[in-house]
Design a protein around this ligand. Sequence first.
Ligand SMILES: *Cc1c(COP(=O)(O)O)cnc(C)c1O
Length: 248
Amino acid sequence: MQSPRAAELAERLSAVHRRIDRAVSDAGRADRPELIVVTKYFPADDVRILAGLGVTTMGESRDQEAAAKALELEELGLRWHFIGQLQTNKARSVARYAEAVHSVDRASLVRALGKAVATERAGSDHEPARDLSCFIQVDLATADGGAANISGHQRGGAAPADVVALGRLIDGTDGLALAGVMAVAPLGSDPAEAFGRLAHISTALQAEFPAASGISAGMSGDLEAAVAAGATHLRIGSQVLGDRPPLR
Ligand SMILES: *Cc1c(COP(=O)(O)O)cnc(C)c1O
C-alpha cells in the first residue's frame, strides 16, 4: 500500500506535469523541457518516493545535504543538479556526485570546478566520467554595466555583459561542458520580461557556442513564463514537495 506521503507526492507531481503540458501546448512548443525536482531541505525518503514515481533528476542547493543524499541513494542511479550558490572550496565535493552545476557565475568558480574534475579523474581507476555540465547563472536584476544587486538581493549570478566571456572560459576548461544559461526571476519583476531577457542572452551565447542551448529557468511560481520563453530545464521544488521546512 502507498504511504500517505507517497500518495501526496504522486498527486502533486502529476499536477506539475499537467501544468507543464499545458504551458508547452500554450507556447506551441514541439519539445518538452526537462523537469528537475528540487528536493533541498526534504529528506532522502522523499527523494526515494520521487524516484519511484519516475523522477530521474534532482536539484539541490546545499553541498553537505546533497552529498549525503547522493551517497545514501547511490543505488538509484539518480542525476544530481547543483543549483545553489557555490563556494570554490565545495567544488571538489560537488564534482563527485553532480552531473551539472546551474550556478556558475564567476571565473574563480570555473577554475575550481575544472580542477575538481581533473582531481576526481586522476584519483579514479575507472573510465573518466563525462564532463561536468555548467550553466552560467545570470543576475537579471543587474542592468548591463550597472551595479550588481540593485535590489539588495544576494542571489548570485554574473552580469549579463560578462556571460560570453565566462562561456569562453568554461568552454576552454578541460572536464567542463558549457550547457547554457540559468536565472531566477528577480523578486517583484515580471517573469515574462525577465525570462525574455534571458532568452536574448542565450541567443548571444549560442552565436558563439551553438551547443550551449540550455536555458534553466522557471520555478513553482513562474514555470509558464519560463516555458513560453524557451526554457529547456525547469527547477520545481515546493509545488512537488510542499512548503520547505524552516532551515535548521
Ligand atoms: C529552491 C530553488 C528552486 C525551487 O523553487 P520553488 O519555488 O520551490 O519551486 C529553483 N531554483 C533555485 C535556484 C532554488 O534555489
